[in-house]
Design a protein. Sequence first.
Length: 376
Amino acid sequence: MDLGVVAGETSGDLLGAHFIAALQQAYPDLRAAGIAGPRLQAVGVEAIYPSEKLAVNGYVEVLRHLPELLWIRSRIARYFLHERPRVFVGIDAPDFNFTLEARLKQAGIPTVHFVSPSIWAWRPERIHRIKQAVSHMLVVFPFEEQIYRDAGIPVSYVGHPLADVIPLEPDAAAARAALGLAAGPVIALLPGSRLSEVTRHARLMLDAAVRIRQRHPDAQFVLPAASEAAARLIRQAMQGLDLPLHILDGQSHAALAACDVTLVASGTATLEAALFKKPMVITYRVPALTARMMRKKALLPWIGLPNILARDFVVPERVQEAATADNLAADALAWLDDAPRRQAAIETFRALHLSLRQDASARIAEAVQPYLARKR
């Protein structure tokens, strides 16, 4: 085997597929296997386990799934130790991957980790564990590079792959036509890709949508479902609501291209929304115990990537107790009713997009190639 890979969830699956495709230009016969989602499988990665097995978040949920997660990690470690890939690439899923990477690195298999965990936001002590586990860290934000240099960890800033694939000037009219949307305000609802996130955020966002429509009766709503299971949860949350909602099969980029404003759960989707130059309201809910533990360890006043990168509250954040339908609706209406404020946010997002557009897939491939070329 040439390359072992573990992608933790939907966002990791997407990020990984881009760099594997770039690597295949130099290595068309690349043999790769590991924990992969549908996008990685589409570029030829053999899925020993599906990525969705790792898609749990929050202390309570991780504890509930811990026996299965530990079993999978043990089995995949034995698989890689037997197959001995030339290099292992861990994509996101830091709590799962760093333990695996430490074991592989100790056995002489080089480990590359793509996408730094947010040690600059909370749990900075993780840098010591990372040093034991990772041969080379690939970071997607420019300010992260110095953190790893200071810790003596080989690092490369590669930019963000999404900044390369999302156009600088999204075509909203074409996206609306493709989705069959009529004239009028379009609001995208992005409750998250994990089923636990959909459970916590879908009804909240739908209730906010009802309130938005009271002010804008011609408003339409699009909600990309990451899976059929997510779509079922969304349809259940819709019960009793009279709302012009288009539930999409994936198509989150089409939804973002088409919308005027988005309500979005904190995570990679907030960066995608910024790259599509869309004013947004960021929200997030986790179990109360998880929230208390995270607040104790938080280092920054922001949770959303656009705000973290701008070092300012460019867009509103509604978290935990503040995550109410009334608040989300009021924030969305404030965007819809203030064109100069929308334009200022768009310009901020444009500058952010340019800074992250580095041909990341090629840079990642360049960082991994020396390991593929090494002698056994």
